[in-house]
Unconditional design. Structure first.
Lengths: 196, 112
């Protein structure tokens, strides 16, 4: 793209591109509307939360999920574009996993919805690898010095999902009752799940 | 679309912990165009992703503010231009035409 073309506002370039693609029969604006609604409304972190709640309440599913995340998640019907191959890592009192994509912003959409802006920011992508304990602390997650932190860098092939620790005080909750407690941040590994 | 829809269940809380996923409407249109074209087989996801990685890799902090979806849009244009599907010149020409509209114009995609 030429320098002068870059100065055209992105909103106009987007509208121009949509018109040209529509005229060529390559996209249908109604299909675009459906995609937007889907990702804004239906494909939130809910799918990931259901996977986690099931793992917390079903020991054999938990083992399967950690052993072969792709198969265990496919079983629930949550795989597709951007989430072809998923590896699940489990957080515990002594071991903490956190996910980043240093190259772009690879993210398991089908499980967590669209990535939040902090995940896409150059600052998070650069710093979480170099100084994870400090970055997590700045994001409100204080980890003791003896907790081992592992940072997972997404690639075009692998998407990571963090299985957070089930919080104390939730022993009597059902799978359905656990789902609303599980946040996107906990499944990326920048927060813990609160019993609330 | 290959995305399984799931709207039942105790839906609200995990979704409401999110922020707005798109800062401006054009971002959602640019996002959806890439997904739709990939779904339709116009290009593969890895082709688009490579273009996006290249765009983000060339981001110059000193000259422009960080905007993820402007890189997304740039990557989409790069792929379509590279294929000859929609040349950049055509996009630029059309965008300049659109810029000439009177201020009270109707946004085509909002009323279709």
């Amino acid at each position: 793209m030429s320098e002068s073309a870059d100065r055209i506002p992105a909103s106009l370039r987007t509208e121009a591109l949509e018109q040209l693609l529509t005229e060529r029969g390559l996209v249908d604006p109604k299909v675009l509307d459906t995609i937007i609604t889907t990702y804004e409304t239906y494909v939130g972190p809910l799918n990931g939360a259901k996977v986690v709640a099931k793992a917390w309440t079903d020991p054999s599913y938990r083992r399967w999920l950690l052993d072969d995340g792709t198969a265990a998640i496919r079983e629930l019907g949550y795989l597709g574009v951007q989430t072809e191959h998923v590896v699940v890592v489990e957080n515990s009192a002594t071991s903490h996993h956190v996910v980043v994509c240093t190259l772009c912003s690879c993210y398991p959409w089908q499980l967590l919805g669209l990535p939040p802006s902090w995940y896409k920011s150059p600052v998070y992508r650069a710093r979480i690898v170099r100084e994870p304990r400090e970055v997590l602390s700045e994001m409100g997650l204080e980890l003791a010095d003896d907790v081992q932190i592992t940072v997972h860098d997404s690639t075009s092939e692998v998407r990571w999902l963090v299985l957070p620790e089930r919080p104390a005080g939730t022993e009597n909750l059902s799978e359905e009752q656990l789902v609303p407690l599980i946040t996107r941040e906990a499944m990326v590994g920048v927060a813990k799940v609160d019993a609330r | 679309m290959t995305v399984p829809m799931d709207i039942e269940g105790p839906a609200a809380p995990p979704r409401s912990n999110g922020e707005l996923v798109f800062a401006e409407p054009w971002e959602s249109r640019a996002f959806a165009m890439a997904v739709a074209l990939c779904d339709a087989g116009a290009f593969t996801w890895s082709e688009f992703q490579a273009a996006l990685i290249a765009r983000i890799g060339h981001h110059d902090e000193t000259s422009s503010e960080w905007c993820y979806y402007s890189h997304w849009l740039g990557a989409l244009q790069d792929v379509l231009d590279g294929q000859g599907t929609v040349p950049d010149d055509a996009v630029t020409a059309r965008a300049r035409e659109l810029a000439q509209r009177p201020a009270d114009h109707d946004h085509a995609h909002q009323h279709r």
